[in-house]
Design a protein around this ligand. Structure first.
Ligand SMILES: [Zn+2]
Ligand SMILES: [Zn+2]
Length: 179
């Protein structure tokens, strides 16, 4: 583990949310919204309605900007988002999870909580000077984000689909060069 559990979980969720906007969009209905909520272990308010879906979709470019910013810019964005949301970091222990930080109340709208959690996770990355853990997919045609929490920093692609497509292309290129 590189960072605290809640930091890593927040980053994974934020990257997944941004990447859901890659074609084909996988956050287009309430079933997909519920699945995102469940998959990333959220607790607290979940309206599960069209307004929440729209706000979560609208959050994607905001998170992309934050997750891909240069370090100094990222620090400014984190400060602005935390101030806008009136974030108050509190240690919580619930549902079998050991002490971790909540910086927005459980009854705040889900999109606001996701943004605050992402900003708090970025606090850790910025302080540790580990923003290189975040990048854009090495596939030329893909804008997906990559979160690399591996020890040897080996992740370059946002998904196995992108990794496989490029492995096949590299294999073909090697084959051609032999003839
Ligand atoms: Zn919690
Ligand atoms: Zn990709």
């Amino acid at each position: 583990m590189l960072f605290a559990d809640d930091t890593e979980a927040s980053l994974k969720a934020a990257v997944a949310l941004v990447n859901s906007g890659e074609e084909p969009d996988t956050l287009t209905d309430l079933v997909q919204l519920d699945a995102f909520y469940d998959e990333h272990g959220y607790t607290g308010r979940h309206d599960g309605d069209a307004g929440e879906l729209e706000a979560m979709r609208a959050l994607r470019p905001v998170l992309r900007e934050l997750l891909t910013a240069e370090r100094d810019d990222a620090a400014q964005l984190v400060n602005a988002h935390l101030a806008d949301a009136h974030a108050v970091p509190q240690l919580r222990r619930h549902d079998g999870l050991d002490w971790h930080i909540h910086a927005a109340p459980n009854d705040a709208p889900l999109p606001r909580r996701v943004l605050v959690e992402t900003a708090m996770a970025m606090v850790d990355l910025i302080r540790a000077d580990e923003l290189s853990r975040l990048s854009v997919c090495a596939d030329d045609r893909c804008e997906g984000l990559v979160l690399d929490l591996s020890r040897n920093r080996s992740r370059r692609y946002c998904s196995t689909t992108c990794a496989n497509r490029n492995a096949v292309a590299a294999y073909r290129a090697r084959g051609r060069s032999r003839h």
